[in-house]
Ligand binder design. Structure first.
Ligand SMILES: *Cc1c(COP(=O)(O)O)cnc(C)c1O
Length: 369
């Protein structure tokens, strides 16, 4: 082929999407599939968001508000910021893209951790910027190593907290030490996609830095996880006005659609649903801790709505056998963690079905079948 895509695409790993429910139904001839692979909310979407969408359907002939004014006001006022400090996107993924478009070029370096969210890599490569990765330490982001890796060319640092896929957090103390070392030319982006699920007292208050006048921080969150709106696509970020403004210069004008705007406002106010989601997740994690301990399987304690379990060299084999039983989980070879599977916390029934299947597979393997 003579029409070549731009050079940045050569550095990109092909995206490895999880299998869809439909694909597994077709491939294995199974009806009853459970997907514990994408950290979606097992309770469904916020009912208030669904009602708001139903009310707005008759307006679909109209373009959405390109500024998402009401949505941004809702978020800003509730968090104690000005609406000009709020960015919105077609999912937090879109905000990552906006940040990369707005801040990167061929001379930029971007710092991320190994075994972290792959969407950062994708858009950094698109901009032909240089991706620098530091190793994990004890399955946690190593902020000391990240601080040491900052150079004059570093533009962005992505701190995924809790980290996907490990579920670990960096603490307020670690972030404090880190922020003291970060020079002003570096924007630190706290990706808090799982913020709502975190209960740890040591979890840092990233917005506190902004409140104290730090202009080189951004906090990014999403409606995809605790609010149950993955399919709708809505994410947001909070930062200083001067940091947000360039995002509006590069952003697709109507990327946050009309339904996402009204549903986001309704979901934001649906505290009952949020609390229920958090409780179901907490109970699910406790169940997994107990069951993995009973099965003698090492796991990482999680601050998100998913858990990493270590199945050794047979992890991928076990993942395939789970698929054949209609259970989709996430292999972690693409995250440099080939011995682990990442399991999203489901409903009580789904979690139990996963454990039954896993135990069955393990005992068959043990008996050499
Ligand atoms: C799920 C996730 C996101 C964003 O998801 P969107 O659906 O694009 O809002 C961002 N960061 C991490 C670490 C995630 O796991």
């Amino acid at each position: 082929m003579s029409i070549k895509p731009q050079r940045g695409l050569g550095a990109m790993e092909p995206y490895a999407p999880g299998k869809s429910i439909e694909a597994v139904q077709r491939e294995y001839g199974l009806e009853d599939i459970i997907k514990l692979a994408s950290n979606e909310n097992p309770l469904g979407p916020s009912p208030k968001a669904v009602a708001a969408i139903q009310d707005a359907l008759s307006q679909l002939n109209l373009y959405p508000d390109s500024q998402s004014c009401v949505l941004r006001e809702t978020i800003a006022h509730s968090l104690g910021f000005d609406p000009i400090q709020i960015a919105v996107g077609n999912g937090a993924d879109d905000i990552i893209q906006q940040v990369c478009l707005a801040y990167l070029d061929e001379n930029s370096e971007v710092l991320v951790s190994r075994s972290s969210f792959p969407v950062y890599d994708k858009f950094v490569h698109t901009m032909r910027a240089t991706l620098v990765k530091t190793p994990l330490r004890d399955y946690r982001l190593d902020l000391e190593a990240m601080a040491d890796a900052i150079t004059a060319k570093t533009k962005l640092v992505f701190v995924c907290n809790p980290n996907n896929p490990t579920g670990t957090i960096v603490t307020a103390g670690e972030v404090h030490t880190f922020m003291d070392k970060v020079p002003d030319h570096v924007l630190v982006i706290f990706d808090e996609a799982y913020y709502e699920f975190v209960a740890a007292a040591a979890y840092p208050d990233s917005l506190g830095y902004l409140r104290k006048g730090h202009s080189n921080v951004m906090t990014m969150r999403t409606f995809s996880k605790a609010y149950g709106l993955s399919g709708l696509r809505l994410g947001y970020a909070i930062a200083a006005p001067d940091v947000i403004a360039p995002l509006y210069q590069v952003k697709g004008i109507f990327t946050v659609n009309l339904l996402a705007q009204v549903a986001g406002i309704a979901a934001w106010e649906d505290q009952d649903f949020l609390q229920k989601s958090i409780e179901v997740n907490r109970a699910g994690l406790r169940f997994f801790y107990r069951e993995f301990a009973r099965l003698g399987l090492p796991y990482l304690e999680s601050h998100g709505n998913f858990i990493l379990v270590n199945l050794g060299p047979r992890a991928l084999n076990i993942q395939q056998q789970l698929l054949a039983r209609g259970i989709i989980v996430r292999p972690c070879n693409h995250y440099d963690l080939p011995e682990f599977l990442r399991i999203s916390v489901g409903t009580e029934v789904q979690n139990a079905r996963f454990i039954v299947a896993l135990e069955e597979i393990l005992s068959k393997m043990a008996s050499g079948e």
